[in-house]
Every structure is written in C-alpha cells, then in structure tokens.
Design a protein around this ligand. Structure first.
Ligand SMILES: [Zn+2]
Length: 390
C-alpha cells in the first residue's frame, strides 16, 4: 500500500519535470564594448522569452560563453565558425549551438550574409555586423529564431519567423505558426531524449554507429533527402568532369565495347556496388568529411552527422553512375549501328548495351572518385553543411 503510494508520488513528480533543451551561445569575437555585450545578453534573454512562450512544455537553457578567438574586425569564414560551434556544442553537451560574431561573414554563394544555419551540425553562425542600429538585441534574437527554425528542419514561409530576412532593418520577433510549432515540437522531443553515450558507457566503433542509425532511421533518411543528393554530381564539377573524360575514352574504343558488353550481369552488379561504395569512401576520407570535430569520444549527434553525410555522398555517387548509364545508352542508340556491330563482331543486343553502359558507369565512377578529391575541401563541406546563407 505504502509502496503504491510512493510510486504514485514519484510518477506525479516525474510528470512535472519538463524536458530540457539547451541552445548554447558562443561569442567568438574579442568584443570589449560593454554596451554591445549587454545588447548580446539582452538578445539572448529575448530569445529565451519567446521560446518559453512558444514551447512552454520544455525548459529552455541558453548558456552564453565567450572565447577570445578572433579580433573583432575582418570577415570570417562561416565554415570555420560552424566547426568551432560544433566543438563547443559537443564539449558542453548542448543540443544546439549558436556562434555569435561581431565580424562580417565571408559569403560563398551570395553577395553578403548575416547567418549560416547548418542542420547537419545543429549549429548556426550569426553575425551582428550588419545589425548595428536601434533595437539590435531584438534583431539578433529574431535572426537567431530564424536560424533555429532551419536547424529544426523548417523551410521558408510567408509569415512567422521563417520569412527570409532580406531586409535586415525589418527583422522583428514573432511567434511560430501552429503548423511550425507542431513540427518543431517533434524535433525537440527527439533532441531532449537521452543520447546514446548517456545510456551506456562503453561502445565499440561499429555498434555505436549501428545503434545511432537505428535510434532515428527515418530522420536520417529525411535529412539525406533534404540534401537533394541527386544534385551532387552537378555541384561537384571537377568530379563530374573527370568522369566525363574517362567516358569519352571508353566510348571510343572497340576493345572497351567488346569487353564491357560481354561481362556477366553478376560481375557488373557486384562491380557497381563496390565502385559506388569505394568511390564514396575514397572521397569521404580524402576530403576529411569525417573529421568535422576534434575527437571527443563517441557522440550520437556527431555519429549521426557522419552517417547523414556519408549516405548523401553514397546517393550522389549512385546518381552519377545512373546519369552515365543513361548517357551511354543514349550514345549507343545514336552511334551508327554498323560500326558497333563491327566492333563487337556481331549484332549488338539491348542487353549487351546495358552491360556495356554499366561497365562504363563503373569506370566513370572510379575516375570520378579521383576527380572528387581534386575539389576544394571547403567547397564540398560548405555544400554539405550549409542550409543557406541568410
Ligand atoms: Zn532562411
């Protein structure tokens, strides 16, 4: 009886404990202006108020730390700041991190940018350099809310905080719409769950990555899909060019047609799988995509990011192979039939054309893997980690 009563009390107690969501702020500019620092603190408290108002079912923690890393002038590379933010996030065990600088940000794709969210890293970079007029604290808070919206998987909309802040002067704090709140709530529930490393102290390498994938397979595939991996071959120009060059040589040789058309389907299937996996691993390792943070032991969020990036690249390489398959089949249909028949010493059937196309695709992928490592390392990282330049 007494035991049941005590259990009841514990249950009631538990139901009142709100899950904690932490959004850590890191100031990386060496700001000494006391007034600006006070505005930063005020911005954080404004953000806390609106988060508490919109999502009262969570306890919001917004710690603010200062690191004197950059002098407060000169443009900074957001990629470097994102990596620093990730470092702080994993070290302090925050769910999300916002890197604040008073410097300008160096844009990659746009003329200028004041923020870069990265949902893959769950970190955003925010620059206050363009917001130096009245109400800077509210503008910083509004921009932070927009960036957080991206980290929580929202895209732009007509109203609420997800309106693209094209005009910095009009940045104002507003509430999320009901639909947006629902989506964010789901994300926050996932984020506030105990992380794998908190549940068990000792892990093996493979078992940790395996368990990470199975904690949220749907979410991981959704993130991969959000990257539109099919567009990767177009974005990685050097890789695609290397593949195209190899393709011309393969297409123009009678021996390669003869060899490719007579491979067994099983060998081609295994060859394709190995080529896709091999070229992905080669680029992933060569471009240091796995090294997004200094070693901090096993961290579920970090492992998840690596899985998402690897899978995105894997899809990308598969689409590259598919693209070349289609291209070669097209060329095979357009080539004068007599020449191809002559090269093969008999009539070319459609299945032989398919065999040749997948053989050419494998060679193209291998060439592409070498070309992929000629890409600028930061270029691929920015492509994979930036959600946008705000
Ligand atoms: Zn945006």
């Amino acid at each position: 009886m007494l035991l049941a009563f005590l259990c009841g009390i514990i249950q009631i107690g538990r139901s009142h404990v709100k899950p904690v969501v932490s959004v850590g702020w890191v100031l990386l500019s060496d700001v000494v202006d006391a007034q600006l620092l006070q505005k930063y603190e005020s911005a954080i408290s404004k953000l806390r108020s609106i988060l508490e108002e919109n999502f009262s079912q969570f306890t919001w923690e917004l710690p603010f730390v200062r690191r004197w890393r950059y002098p407060p002038h000169g443009a900074l590379d957001p990629l470097e700041l994102l990596e620093a933010g990730l470092q702080e996030k994993t070290k302090n065990g925050w769910d999300y991190s916002i890197v604040l600088v008073s410097n300008e940000l160096r844009p990659r794709y746009r003329i200028s940018t004041i923020g870069v969210p990265s949902s893959a890293l769950e970190v955003a970079v925010l620059s206050s350099s363009e917001l130096n007029n009245d109400g800077i604290d509210e503008k910083i808070a509004a921009l932070a809310l927009h960036l957080l919206g991206h980290l929580w998987g929202l895209s732009h909309s007509e109203d609420g905080p997800m309106v693209p802040p094209e005009d910095y002067k009009t940045l104002t704090l507003c509430n999320f719409t009901d639909g947006q709140k629902e989506l964010i709530e789901q994300r926050l529930v996932e984020a506030s769950d105990a992380r794998l490393e908190e549940r068990q102290a000792k892990w093996g390498h493979i078992s940790f990555y395996w368990s990470t994938f199975w904690t949220d397979p749907k979410g991981i595939l959704r993130d991969v899909h959000d990257y539109s991996p099919w567009r990767l071959p177009l974005k990685m120009a050097k890789m695609t060019a290397a593949t195209a060059v190899s393709m011309i040589f393969v297409l123009m040789g009678s021996e390669s047609w003869e060899l490719g058309a007579h491979f067994s389907p099983l060998v081609l299937l295994i060859g394709t799988l190995l080529a896709v996996l091999g070229s992905t691993s080669f680029i992933f390792a060569g471009q240091n995509l796995g090294q997004i943070s200094r070693e901090v032991g096993y961290r579920e969020q970090l492992a998840r990011t690596k899985i998402v990036v690897f899978t995105t690249l894997l899809y990308g390489m598969f689409f590259l192979w598919l693209l070349y398959m289609i291209f070669v089949i097209g060329m095979g249909i357009l080539f004068p039939r007599e020449i191809l028949d002559n090269w093969l010493g008999g009539r070319l059937s459609f299945s032989e054309l398919l065999h040749f196309a997948s053989f050419a695709g494998i060679l193209g992928l291998l060439a592409g893997a070498v070309g992929g490592n000629l890409e600028e390392e930061d270029e691929i990282k920015a492509e994979l980690f930036y959600d946008e330049e705000t």
